[in-house]
Design a protein around this ligand. Structure first.
Ligand code: SAH
Length: 351
């Protein structure tokens, strides 16, 4: 298969252009238009001859928006189709300070967290850097954004997949998306959500990119965490928190700990107190998420009282706590739900 042109950094594109006997500045023209979501054929600043040569070497339309569902609260849920027929999903959240796009890093996921719908069928494949990036390019274009006037201000890699399990493509994505000749996202406007691949957290800390980490903790002790997340069998909570401390020291970015509240599993006072003790000395934020129930498992969400009590206990230990607003519930907001219901429906219809 041909390489996708969106997976190239400006430097790499420059090498390509020079190897085709063209002037260096052509690379910038091409890069600019590709970041705007144009196909090679639609680039107006280069000759037909160069377009033809590029098309011989590169794929230029490896991701398309398949459907967009708009929720009453303004959240949009997207399904994207990939060139090989695979499907991934994403969410656009509108806040007062700007739009945040939640993007996927893999088709499926092999982490196997018990409460999550994304990993039910395991990992299908990694997304290329260009496929991760193309979600941003496509939605920015759809919203009428340009490079100078982007319609997306923040990116979170919190869709399907485990970003640190696709590390090299994540790095390449960061190189391209932060390039000041392209979309020019600042590192602080980019977050990844991870279930905690400890060695990769150290590697990311040493990578030079100072992006934000959202750490899917979901439990305050190893036993409970292991019952929910297979990855916890490889790394203890203590080892994970050590890695988080290192990340904070290295980058100065506060970790945001995500904690899904699941009825009768991790939401009692005992769990809250233990979490409070673990985190009270750390400069961090805790984001409490009431479980999004999915029909493939029996986990239940908590009542508002339980969520509030849990939050109050953490606050009494001076921990910064936010409670995630549940956005887009009416459009299958939970991870992996929309893709699953789409695939199921099209299979039932025999498509
Ligand atoms: N693999 C990464 C990112 C994808 S999941 C990670 O584990 O963080 C994004 C977030 O959604 C994670 O915090 C995940 O734990 C959470 N999540 C998954 N299923 C959920 C559900 N049913 N209800 C609420 N949050 C869920």
């Amino acid at each position: 298969m041909k390489r996708d042109i969106q997976s190239l950094t400006l430097d790499e594109l420059t090498q390509v252009v020079l190897s085709l006997g063209e002037k260096k500045y052509r690379a910038e023209q091409i890069f600019h238009d590709i970041m705007l979501g144009k196909k090679i054929e639609e680039i107006t600043t280069i000759t037909q001859d160069l377009k033809d040569k590029l098309k011989e070497q590169f794929e230029d339309e490896q991701l398309k928006i398949l459907t967009q569902k708009q929720s009453a609260d303004g959240t949009s849920k997207f399904l994207y189709s990939l060139a090989d027929g695979n499907i991934v999903e994403g969410v656009l959240m509108r806040y007062k300070f700007g739009n945040t796009l939640c993007v996927s890093s893999q088709v499926g996921c092999r982490m196997g967290c018990k409460f999550c719908a994304s990993g039910l069928d395991g990992l299908v494949r990694n997304l290329s850097a260009g496929e991760i990036l193309s979600q941003v390019i496509a939605v920015n274009k759809l919203l009428g954004g340009t490079l100078q006037d982007r319609k997306i201000s923040n990116i979170v890699l919190m869709g399907s997949g485990e970003p640190l399990d696709n590390f090299d493509n994540l790095m390449q994505f960061l190189r391209i998306v932060t390039c000041n000749r392209g979309l020019n996202f600042s590192e602080r406007s980019i977050s990844i959500s991870t279930c905690g691949l400890v060695p990769k957290i150290y590697k990311l800390a040493d990578s030079g990119f100072k992006i934000n980490i959202c750490l899917s903790l979901h439990a305050s002790n190893d036993q409970t965490r292991r019952s929910l997340m297979p990855i916890a069998k490889g790394y203890t909570v203590a080892e994970l928190l050590d890695a988080c401390d290192y990340y904070f020291e290295k980058t100065g970015r506060r970790i945001l700990f995500e904690y899904i509240l699941i009825k009768d599993v991790n939401s009692s006072t005992e769990h809250a107190l233990r979490l409070a003790k673990l985190l009270s000395k750390r400069n961090c934020i805790v984001n409490l998420i009431n479980l999004n129930e999915v029909k493939e498992n029996d986990f239940k969400r908590c009542s508002d009282e339980v969520v509030n009590r849990f939050a109050e206990i953490l606050k009494s230990y001076n921990i910064n706590v936010t409670t995630r607003r549940s956005l887009g519930n009416d459009v299958d907001g939970a991870c992996g739900q929309l893709r699953r219901s789409y695939i199921k429906n099209s299979t039932q219809k025999g498509e």
